[in-house]
Design a protein around this ligand. Structure first.
Ligand code: NAG
Ligand code: NAG
Ligand code: NAG
Ligand code: NAG
Ligand code: NAG
Ligand code: NAG
Ligand code: NAG
Ligand code: NAG
Ligand code: NAG
Ligand code: NAG
Length: 738
């Protein structure tokens, strides 16, 4: 064990020189057998990592990919995000953060391969799972099943992407970096809900993909019935026991969760690197050949790209590279050391099946031979609490509980998953300012504001004698839908107002005054509001602004899960109920400020903004505007919105995402020192209980100018902008391992 450091150094050098450099333009033959992907005749053990291009800026891509390469990755995996590539049917967009070709070429320039998950369903905690909302309105459509209109649109988009890649010679068979492609995504999880239509759809999707003749393997993840020659792959926290559906296919792991995604109102999930490394080592110990971290870099859900319900803006994921593009230690370093150790075993691992030996209770060895005397071994202690000393090939080895040791020569341990020698850093991207961040306050005097109208604000409102489903009504052009009606009272009296909503949140005004706020959870966004009210004699106005926080992205038939109000009842004090659901309701899509374009830089100097000393705080439906001079340096910026309620923020017209600081997570269920031993799940290790999920918001450095910058906030509930601060983030403070 004491020799680890020295061996680590030797591996570092040899792995670097052994790295895969492919020459642009030369056709590369990618195939597979039961052991591995075969690239130009060579069986490969491949480490891959998910990096989603729109969750960073193009300026950030090269740095992230370089850090992934230094971290020992061979492959970068990404989904393709249909809804932003085809925002309007037939109108395509591939620019800026959505420049897919440039992203793939950036990976190619770094000498890494690409796994392109075309889908086109992405899930990914991305708005509507990546489907364009217009798809929902195609007559007769049913998503993700045997349905003509859906299959026609899916095929058009698949063809669009395949042709785009072909035109740029990006497939390996054309000399490009793409060695693997995916059609559909985790359909096996929901297939039961679609009956035979679902089974036929899987076959159709497979045939459609194969017909593109792109000469690289296709995969379908979490898809036990993936037809040959499509490889079914594993997604999960552990995949060592996974077996592909045919002995001719290699054992591949397409989603190994480095942490978990963050939702508003929830604590911050994290995954100890010792457990993550254990899971990876076990996978390769048990014959695994391709492994992908989901996410290796998570990044940011800028604008309204976050999925739902209630997925937060930070998609940091506790990944080896943090939301801001900085290396997260010791995670990144420990995994790099692991990759080097596994690479050292490559020729043994691809050569054949291991010989398995029991070394005691919960203790085993898997030994891979190239010749009868030449071998590499994995020694595992999969017990959850007892450390052990084992004897292997006549030598003694110490194996901590829930750990794997890697012996590329069957003698010397070069890596143990539970022994972290990489450096530590402090802080987490979404909620803790890093030690070395420099802070800038925004001065009080510079704030201007605009108070929005409550309720119907324009002449393009419309009426219906029912409560309309929100997504069908707004078509997701805005998070907001106003529902307005009036309640007549013969006399001044008290009553109960009972409102039921499919989600995700709603702010209620009675006679233009805030009455109540209701909201759901990520797991179930539906909620009820029951509120005692005082009615004035005559006409009382009920204005309800219903809010969506990311359109649903997961589950069977998720595309038709609704949102918005579905029942409004008035009960008198004797509980005699009057149903207002089929009253005449007036509807208004969006808010007044959105329609005015207050987020736009064009209006920065407009007299529409009020300026003065009486800055309103704790005010609902208000827009705030200020300017700031960016702190010096070239690091990314972080906006601290802890003093705000719920809303969205823009910098120089760029939407940096939704915030919801007022939504605190439950006070229990957290631990700062989560025991890495034992089976991990998404709730096992969480921090920041009783706090907002996210207070810090990423402003990419390329979105700010050297001079004055415009900051605009749309505050929906109430907050105090005078307490907002801004800081530059630097490489996280490094602590040495004690
Ligand atoms: C690609 O490689 C595989 C396996 O090595 C081989 O069977 C196949 O013929 C090759 N294809 C081409 C086009 O060279
Ligand atoms: C793929 O190859 C098959 C068989 O050669 C052919 O029928 C089909 O048209 C090809 N598809 C494309 C998109 O080139
Ligand atoms: C393993 O062996 C070492 C050295 O002999 C000893 O100090 C240690 O207590 C042993 N640990 C276990 C769990 O047996
Ligand atoms: C901003 O205003 C608040 C409240 O009026 C005050 O406490 C604070 O010191 C002011 N901050 C600055 C930077 O002037
Ligand atoms: C609504 O108002 C706009 C701007 O005030 C005006 O141009 C438009 O004609 C109006 N539309 C209707 C239907 O009244
Ligand atoms: C809302 O109230 C209805 C009727 O009482 C009930 O069926 C439903 O479960 C409630 N929903 C929530 C989220 O509490
Ligand atoms: C109640 O007041 C609203 C807003 O002032 C108005 O639009 C509506 O027509 C009134 N309803 C009745 C029944 O008077
Ligand atoms: C939209 O309307 C359709 C048809 O009325 C309905 O099935 C669906 O649940 C509604 N909501 C959504 C989000 O599609
Ligand atoms: C607003 O005014 C400032 C200072 O007067 C100026 O620098 C800036 O360019 C103006 N912005 C716009 C959009 O006109
Ligand atoms: C903000 O306003 C709400 C109701 O409008 C009130 O309950 C709350 O106490 C206020 N908070 C502060 C800090 O003034």
């Amino acid at each position: 064990m004491a020799k680890d450091g020295i061996f680590g150094f030797i591996f570092f050098a040899s792995v670097l020189y052994g790295a895969w450099f492919f020459e642009v333009g030369l056709s590369v033959n990618v195939s597979y057998d039961s052991k591995a992907l075969i690239i130009d005749g060579r069986k490969r053990i491949l480490q891959s990592g998910s990096v989603h291009y729109p969750r960073a800026t193009p300026e950030m891509w090269p740095g992230i990919i370089e850090k992934a390469k230094e971290g020992g990755l061979d492959v970068i995996e990404t989904y393709v995000f249909w809804n932003y590539h085809e925002p309007v049917k037939g109108q395509y967009y591939f620019e800026g953060r959505f420049d897919l070709v440039k992203f793939v070429k950036t990976v190619q320039d770094a000498g890494l391969f690409v796994h392109l998950r075309i889908g086109p369903y992405a899930c990914a905690e991305w708005n509507y799972g990546g489907f364009p909302l217009w798809l929902h309105f195609v007559p007769g459509i049913q998503f993700r099943t045997t349905n003509g209109p859906f299959q026609a649109e899916m095929e058009l988009f698949l063809t669009k992407i395949v042709n785009l890649m072909k035109e740029e010679n990006l497939f390996a068979s054309q000399g490009g970096p793409i060695i693997l492609a995916q059609v559909e995504n985790e359909y096996g999880n929901v297939e039961w809900a679609y009956g035979t239509g679902g089974e036929l759809y899987v076959k159709w999707a497979a045939e459609t993909a194969l017909n593109y003749n792109i000469s690289i393997p296709w995969v379908m993840c979490s898809q036990e019935d993936a037809p040959d020659p499509i490889i079914n792959t594993c997604n999960g926290f552990y995949c060592d026991t996974f077996i592909p559906n045919s002995p001719s296919k290699p054992k591949m792991w397409t989603e190994d969760y480095t942490g978990w995604f963050l939702s508003f109102g929830y604590p911050v999930p994290y995954r100890p690197v010792k457990d993550l490394a254990f899971a990876v080592a076990r996978f390769f110990e048990k014959g695994g050949t391709f492994h992908n971290y989901y996410m290796y870099f998570g990044g940011t859900n800028f604008g309204r790209t976050a999925g739902g319900p209630l997925v937060a803006t930070s998609y940091d994921y506790d990944a080896p590279i943090d939301e801001y593009g900085f290396i997260r230690q010791p995670k990144w370093g420990h995994l790099r050391d692991l990759h080097m150790a596994i690479k050292q075993c490559e020729e043994y691992l691809v050569n054949g099946d291991p010989k398995q030996l029991s070394l005691g209770m919960n203790l085993e060895a898997d030994v891979y031979y190239t010749t009868p005397t030449d071998c590499a071994a994995f020694l595992a202690n999969y017990g959850t609490n007892l450390d052990a000393n084992v004897t292997f090939n006549g030598k003694k080895y110490f194996l901590p509980a829930w750990s794997v040791s890697i012996l590329p020569d069957c003698k010397n341990v070069v890596f143990n998953t539970a022994k972290v020698v990489a450096q530590k850093t402090v802080g987490d991207a979404a909620s803790t300012p890093s030690a070395s961040a420099s802070k800038v306050s925004l001065s009080n005097s510079s704030w201007s504001w605009y108070l929005e109208k409550v309720g119907v604000w324009s002449n393009d409102s419309f009426t219906a004698n029912s409560l309309l489903e929100q997504i069908n009504t707004t078509k997701d052009t805005s998070d907001f839908l106003w529902y307005t009606t009036s309640i007549e009272a013969d006399e001044k009296r008290d009553a109960f107002l009972l409102i039921e909503s499919l989600g995700h949140a709603a702010l209620i005004f009675l006679n233009k005054k805030v009455l109540a706020f209701g909201y759901g959870y990520h797991d179930d966004a539906s909620f009820n509001i029951s509120e005692k009210i005082s009615l004035e004699q005559g006409n009382n106005t009920l204005d309800i602004i219903s809010m969506i926080i990311g359109v649903q992205n997961y589950g069977p038939w998720f595309d038709i899960m609704g949102a918005g109000l579905y029942s409004v009842i008035l009960a008198d004090l004797k509980n005699v109920k009057e149903d207002y659901s089929s009253n005449e309701w007036t509807y208004q899509v969006g808010t007044e400020g959105e329609s005015l374009g207050l987020d736009n830089t064009d209006l920065a100097n407009s007299s529409i903004w009020t300026q003065g000393s009486s800055l309103p705080i704790n005010q609902s439906l208000i827009w705030y505007k200020s300017t700031f001079i960016a702190p010096e340096g070239d690091g990314p910026l972080s906006l601290n919105l802890a003093s705000m309620g719920k809303g969205q923020a823009w910098v120089n017209g760029q939407n940096i995402g939704r915030y919801w600081s007022a939504y605190l997570s439950p006070t229990s269920g957290c631990t700062d020192n989560c025991d890495y031993r034992g089976t991990y799940d998404a709730q096992k290790c969480q921090k920041k209980c009783g706090q907002p999920a996210q207070i810090l918001y990423h402003i990419p450095r390329t979105w700010v100018n050297p001079g004055e910058n415009l900051l605009v906030l749309h505050e929906e509930l109430g907050g105090d902008p005078s307490k907002i601060s801004l800081m530059t983030r630097n490489e996280q403070g490094v602590l040495t391992n004690p």
